[in-house]
Ligand binder design. Structure first.
Ligand SMILES: Cc1cc2nc3c(=O)[nH]c(=O)nc-3n(C[C@H](O)[C@H](O)[C@H](O)COP(=O)(O)OP(=O)(O)OC[C@H]3O[C@@H](n4cnc5c(N)ncnc54)[C@H](O)[C@@H]3O)c2cc1C
Length: 297
């Protein structure tokens, strides 16, 4: 039977190390327990949020007045049939990339080092180095929030776009995923993987708490270049700071509040808009209530 805890601190469950508590919190161990969680939230009339590894979320200081369903703890397994991988959604994406390279399975090596779960990566259509996770996805097994029924949805019906999919923001849960990779040379794939991880370490503040890129890439440019051109590298509000290493990262330098990060996001949006006439769109997902609105032009 599903255990539901109350008043659980969420900061520890995110890469930002920021955020208040969830009113209710569950770590399901089976598909039946995920269904149970959705039924519980529906009966109580409370909102539900599915959390992966929390590497692309900013949770408000006041927390979340609903049920957080964390799939990263127990929903984590991987099996193979030749170049096809069957993965539970809480499995770490980087571990999948490592195992695929080891087996000589190509198609995911460029996503090495992204610190999310496979489920979170599918919802966000995580990507890097001109590719993304949708390219090798065959299908996702999904729990529909509206009916509490399970469906296997083929990739073509998931409306993948740049850092988005039909699953984003809809409340459905991705439970497992099937990928079709192609065969490649294991030594070459491992070397590509090492290169990708090294390039991340060289360019990104991977040792500081963050959510990765704060803003989506605008048309014809890079968010980091625009932010840097406004002289904002190193700019701070409270303990939130525009990274010196990569201007599209806002890092938590100690005990930053979610409101510090949010205010800094707004300040950056305003500066870039005033200088370039471009409104940067956040990639990070906000959870809970924020006092600071995003910038509107
Ligand atoms: C240092 C760093 C580097 C990063 N580099 C990249 C990069 O190169 N490319 C990139 O695309 N991203 C990058 N990210 C962002 C992040 O790692 C990805 O978006 C990742 O795919 C998010 O996965 P997650 O499990 O952490 O999702 P979470 O942050 O937990 O959740 C993100 C969203 O997905 C939803 N979600 C998560 N799991 C499920 C599920 N099983 N079912 C339904 N909804 C779910 C959540 O509700 C939320 O809306 C980076 C982040 C960091 C901290």
């Amino acid at each position: 039977m599903l255990k539901i805890a109350e008043n659980v601190r969420l900061a520890d469950k995110t890469s930002y190390r920021i955020g208040g508590a969830a009113r209710c919190y569950a770590e399901p161990r089976s598909e039946a327990e995920v269904v149970e969680a959705y039924r519980f939230a529906a009966e109580k009339g409370m909102p539900l949020f599915v959390l992966g590894n929390g590497s692309n979320v900013l949770i408000s200081d006041a927390g979340f007045g609903g049920l957080v369903v964390n799939l990263s703890k127990y929903f984590s397994a991987l099996s193979w049939d030749k170049a096809t991988a069957f993965v539970l959604s809480g499995f770490p994406l980087d571990d999948l990339a490592a195992d695929a390279a080891e087996r000589g399975c190509a198609g995911i090596e460029c996503l090495s080092g992204i610190p999310g779960t496979v489920g979170g990566a599918v919802v966000m259509n995580a990507g890097a180095f001109d590719t993304d996770i949708s390219k090798t996805l065959r299908s996702a097994r999904v729990l529909k929030a509206s009916t509490h029924t399970l469906e296997t949805v083929p990739a073509k019906d998931l409306n993948f776009g740049y850092r988005t999919s039909a699953l984003k923001g809809g409340g459905d849960a991705v439970l497992s995923v099937t990928f079709d990779f192609t065969y490649g040379d294991a030594a070459r794939l491992k070397s590509l993987r090492d290169d990708v991880v090294a390039r991340r370490r060289a360019k990104q503040p991977v040792d500081s708490p963050s959510c990765g890129s704060v803003f989506k890439r605008p048309p014809n440019g890079f968010a980091g270049t625009l932010v840097e051109s406004c002289g904002l590298k190193g700019f701070r509000l409270g303990m939130a700071e525009v990274s010196e290493k990569h201007a599209n990262f806002i890092i938590n330098t100690g005990s930053a509040k979610a409101e510090d990060v949010r205010a800094l996001i707004r300040r950056v949006q305003q500066a870039v808009f005033e200088k370039h006439g471009i409104l940067l769109e956040p990639e990070v997902i906000f959870l809970g209530e924020f006092k600071e609105p995003l910038y509107k032009c």
